[in-house]
Design a protein around this ligand. Sequence first.
Ligand code: FNR
Length: 338
Amino acid sequence: MDGSNIIDFRNKRILAPMVRVGTLPMRLLALDQGADLVYCEEIIDFKIINAKRFENETLGTLDFTLSDGTVVFRTCNREKSKVIFQLGTADAKRALISAKKVEDCIAAVDVNMGCPKEFSIKGGMGAALLKKPEKVKEILTTLVNNLSIPVTCKIRVLPSLEDTLNLVKLIESTGVVAIAIHARTQSERPRHPNRNDYIKKISESLKIPVIANGGSKEINCYKDIEQFWKDTGASSVMLARAAQWNVSIFNKNGMLSLPEVIREYVKYAIRYDSHYANTKYCVLQMMHEDMDMEEGQKMLGAMSLQEISEIWNLSKYYEETLKTRQKRSHNLALKRKC
Ligand code: FNR
């Protein structure tokens, strides 16, 4: 790794990896709102290996898509030095092939060692790795030794603090540049308290930056982020649910109202041609406490990006964006013919 690829993971406010939520529109909006770094949703190694890399000149993005057109990962230059690509993997070789495929368009690679879902556990991925230190070592060492960009990992804690400390020390010894700690065990749910004292002890025991995660239940405004940071003594903080509900939580000048943040999100979804179902899901997640809003009921029935745009008074933006895109696409086709 040469010096130009080093990212400092200290003193950062970070968007956590979130399946379905952490796609390009949410990541760019998080950066607009003050996040320093953004993790993409977990991407399983097989998927990125099977994806075809494609420079999407019409959108100005780099796409990794499956043969049926499904976008596995879409990124753009603006986030290149800020985006951390999270891998779901149980195998060092597959992890390396996957990371190599995206190495030149991302800032760092992260390995997910915290997902408690059956799909991950059965595949030996996510939290299943917490019980396989040799595998953890093999995967992380392979990535660290063969990539030109930094490697990080995100874990859940083990029930015993001592076992957790042994695990994080082993992880540190592989050469990863930072570790994110969601301080709940594999079996604990979001309603259980986050073990902030574990994060504090880990922070005191490691030399690499520790990123505190799991505090969203108590985070309702920017000031609460500082409190979580203080309580955990960590180098940086990472937010998932608080950002999923209103990503302007990262804004030190105050939060946008729910309709405002949704409109900004939908604009990015239009700009980057997101699938309507993904956009609908994310907007509904943002509205979780406000389904009485007139827009909430309309969103439930929305079947296209155009309909979503209408609901949020963005029809003009939608039409203009489409027109500009068609024009660009037409010009690119002409250029190719010449
Ligand atoms: C998650 N989480 C998660 N974690 C991870 O490592 N990779 C992932 O892809 C996901 N996906 C995901 C989706 C959604 C919708 C949620 C809410 C959460 C877990 C997440 O990153 C975080 O560790 C926990 O939510 C705890 O942090 P907060 O929510 O208290 O800030």
